[in-house]
Write a protein that binds this ligand. Structure first.
Ligand SMILES: NC(=O)c1ccc[n+]([C@@H]2O[C@H](COP(=O)([O-])OP(=O)(O)OC[C@H]3O[C@@H](n4cnc5c(N)ncnc54)[C@H](OP(=O)(O)O)[C@@H]3O)[C@@H](O)[C@H]2O)c1
Length: 426
């Protein structure tokens, strides 16, 4: 009997599922996997921000019970598209929260950015199983989310390919035998460039990831390697492992997704094609496995795999993330907020590529660390980080990108001092 077919029985009875952020890259891949065997699932709720047409199409295809759209301007399109289908629908931030509260045994949390925090927390509080793609939940409020998951017995399954790999390899019964975990990073499209060469790259060049097809924000984070910085923070909370035991290794082929090193010298790695449908399928079928159309790796045709040490000088984001973890409190939340603002400013042409890490660094310097106790304090810290990052970017109004780049190549860059230097013509 075909082993792939034999193992493809995912569930014994249909599973009640919700997808928050269903129209994005992760959400759409989840829908595609579900649509292969729709009889295994009942779709409780779908939610997105504004893509009413795609949301309606998904809801009709999978016969969802409830759909929510955050942007009220998109409501008329959604309402018309669902007229006569019997599918319940609502608009606004509360509607997205309602989608997260609807009964579900398994929820994909894939809303991008800080907007995903409250819905993800609702899903964790409801218990059962949460497939976690939204990095910000653990980056901004790791202790809070893990505490709530332990309280409700919620099983968090990491969707990020690196954490998903570690989840498959990490033997928590032998925790004392684990020496370190290693997160691999492709190095992004600018892996071999100097900081000077990176400085003139455009948003579309930064978003063109060599191996993975992902949303714009996460692709640009891969180019700055801030994505890996965020992943160090995620890994710290997911696996309760100190930051010093989390390594990063550049691996351009993106075939080895991560590794766990044991004290006896064993290193266990997880390999697969760079296709997010593999970790999503793992989460969807967990604790079983499901058949997908993704081909198994052909290592002979790949031929060779390469690994390089990370250059922290060219890619300062990892050092910033480690500093944020060591600082505790809201430092990682502030860092994440500054990064979001800086990436938005880069996409809008307001700052250059290498200035993204400069804005994050300067924001962290200006923000004293505060405690995070609840979601309200997360939102305050997020707003604080966003405001300060925005102020820093505004300091540059009237200063040409070319002039700023000259100064930002200095090792001890400081956005404010650059602006001051420029105005004084030093
Ligand atoms: N893509 C990847 O390969 C990948 C890998 C690892 C981790 N992740 C993480 O997974 C998350 C999703 O990434 P992605 O690449 O799928 O992002 P994406 O393609 O940009 O999709 C984001 C999704 O979130 C929805 N959304 C945004 N703001 C919302 C709001 N206020 N309320 C409700 N829904 C909202 C979007 O709706 P609209 O479509 O209507 O705007 C969309 O469905 C991110 O945190 C990312 O870091 C992604």
């Amino acid at each position: 009997m075909d082993k792939r077919k034999e193992c493809s029985t995912v569930v014994d009875k249909p599973r009640l599922i919700s997808i928050l952020g269903s129209t994005g890259s992760i959400g759409s891949n989840t829908i595609d996997l579900i649509a292969r065997t729709p009889e295994h699932y009942i779709i409780s709720a779908l939610a997105c921000k504004q893509n009413a047409r795609l949301l309606a199409q998904q809801a009709k295809k999978l016969q969802a019970v409830f759909v929510a759209i955050e942007d009220k301007n998109a409501w008329p399109v959604l309402r018309n598209a669902l007229a006569g289908t019997g599918i319940e629908a609502a608009a606004g931030t509360e509607a997205v929260l309602e989608a997260a509260k609807r009964p579900a045994e398994w929820t994909m949390c894939s809303i991008v950015g800080a907007a995903g925090l409250a819905p993800t927390l609702e899903a964790v509080r409801r218990g059962h199983t949460v497939a976690l793609a939204n990095k910000e939940a653990l980056v901004c409020a790791g202790s809070l989310f893990i505490r709530e998951a332990m309280r409700t017995g919620c099983q968090i399954l990491p969707v990020d390919s690196e954490h998903n790999a570690i989840f498959q390899l990490f033997d928590s019964r032998k925790r004392e035998g684990i020496e370190k975990i290693t997160l691999t990073a492709s190095g992004g499209p600018f892996r071999t460039l100097s900081r000077k060469e990176m400085a003139c790259k455009t948003p579309s060049q930064a978003a063109a990831h060599p191996n993975w097809s992902m949303g714009t924000k996460v692709s640009i984070d891969s180019a700055t390697i801030m994505n890996k910085g965020l992943e160090i923070i995620e890994a710290h909370y997911l696996f309760a492992i100190p930051e010093v035991q989390i390594d990063v290794l550049i691996h351009p082929e993106s075939v080895v997704h991560s590794m766990v090193s044991y004290i006896d010298g064993s290193v266990i790695a997880q390999l697969s094609s760079p296709d997010m449908r593999t970790p999503i399928a793992y989460c969807l079928a967990w604790p079983k496995r499901m058949d997908t159309i993704i081909k198994n790796l052909d290592l002979v045709s790949i031929g060779q795999l390469s690994f390089f040490a990370l250059d922290n000088n060219r890619f300062p984001a990892i050092s910033l993330a480690r500093e944020a973890l060591r600082a505790k409190g809201d430092a990682a939340c502030v860092m994440n907020a500054a990064n979001e603002v800086a990436v938005e400013a880069f996409v809008a042409g307001r700052i250059g590529f290498t200035e993204i890490s400069s804005v994050v660094y300067e924001t962290m310097q200006r923000c004293p660390t505060e405690d995070i106790d609840n979601l309200e304090s997360v939102f305050r810290s997020n707003a604080k980080g966003r405001r300060i990052a925005d102020d820093i970017i505004s300091d540059f109004t009237g200063v040409s990108i070319a002039d700023r780049r000259r100064y930002l190549l200095l090792p001890n860059f400081s956005m404010k001092s650059v602006a001051v230097m420029h105005n004084k013509k030093i």
